[in-house]
Design a protein around this ligand. Structure first.
Ligand code: MN
Length: 257
């Protein structure tokens, strides 16, 4: 009997804050509702993948056993220490706890051929997991770049992307250009081992999607997009539809199952 795909989503972390009255300032792990809703609207089951307890026997490898695929959630910066740099500003130091947790997840998925879809931070994390590096801050390190993150418009900040000829996204969308939302101040600088570029910003060449190509049918599906398909609403018809992207991920999940 067929059941819906079981998609695990990596958790965001809300660290203890003595000034926060709710939950007595304790640490929380959570999903944005938009992400869970996006997965469920496609007919798949959405589950939060908790951070393995530090003193417990359950590992990232164990947590992915029941899953058909994993989505890496957007959120905090990736720590520059992971690609051999010091933070240029104290606020760009990232979240080492979340990094360690998601690196464990990515490695477990790649080792078990479990499809991975990285969203925003998730794309950056995939790159760093394979030895790549990031711009800590696009505005500082890529003069002349677009404003890839605008706090006032947030997901309504849009720009054009170009899909390289022969890329899987150009095949998927049957076009070499599209419009996407942009809510990031970090971006891929040097590619991790084996990764290929799937999209660049049409205005400044900033890398907007990466993929680990399959060398054989047994290889995992691993794709990262810098944009947020889960933030899109039906009225944003000028943007690339998020549905083909999810469908490609779902096909890989079904094949893996
Ligand atoms: Mn962008």
């Amino acid at each position: 009997m067929s059941h819906p795909l079981r998609i695990g989503i990596s958790a965001c972390i809300l660290h203890p804050d003595p000034d926060r009255a709710l939950f007595n300032g304790r640490q929380l792990q959570f999903l944005e509702r938009s992400m869970a809703d996006w997965v469920m609207r496609q007919g798949a089951l959405a589950y939060l993948i908790p951070i393995p307890a530090a003193d417990g026997p359950i590992s990232a490898d164990d947590l992915i056993i029941p899953l058909d695929g994993v989505i890496l959630h957007g959120g905090a910066d990736v720590s520059p220490g992971l690609y051999g740099e010091e933070p240029m500003q104290p606020e760009w130091g990232g979240d080492p706890l979340r990094d360690a947790y998601e690196l464990g997840l990515v490695r477990a998925c790649l080792a078990r051929d479990l499809p991975v879809l990285g969203i925003c931070r998730g794309a950056q994390l995939l790159n760093v997991a394979l030895g790549g590096s990031l711009y800590q801050d696009i505005t500082t390190q890529h003069p002349g770049a677009l404003r890839h993150r605008d706090p006032s418009t947030y997901q309504r900040n849009h720009h054009e992307v170009v899909f390289p000829e022969g890329s899987s996204l150009s095949a998927l969308y049957q076009t070499q250009r599209g419009r996407i939302n942009s809510v990031h101040h970090q971006a891929v600088k040097t590619l991790g081992a084996g990764l290929v570029v799937e999209a660049t910003s049409a205005h400044d060449g900033v890398i907007e999607a990466i993929r680990l190509p399959a060398a054989s049918a047994r290889d995992p599906f691993a794709l990262g997009v810098q944009w947020h398909p889960e933030f899109q609403t039906d009225d944003e018809v000028a943007l690339l539809s998020p549905t083909p992207l999810f469908d490609a991920f779902a096909r890989a999940c079904h094949a893996r199952r």
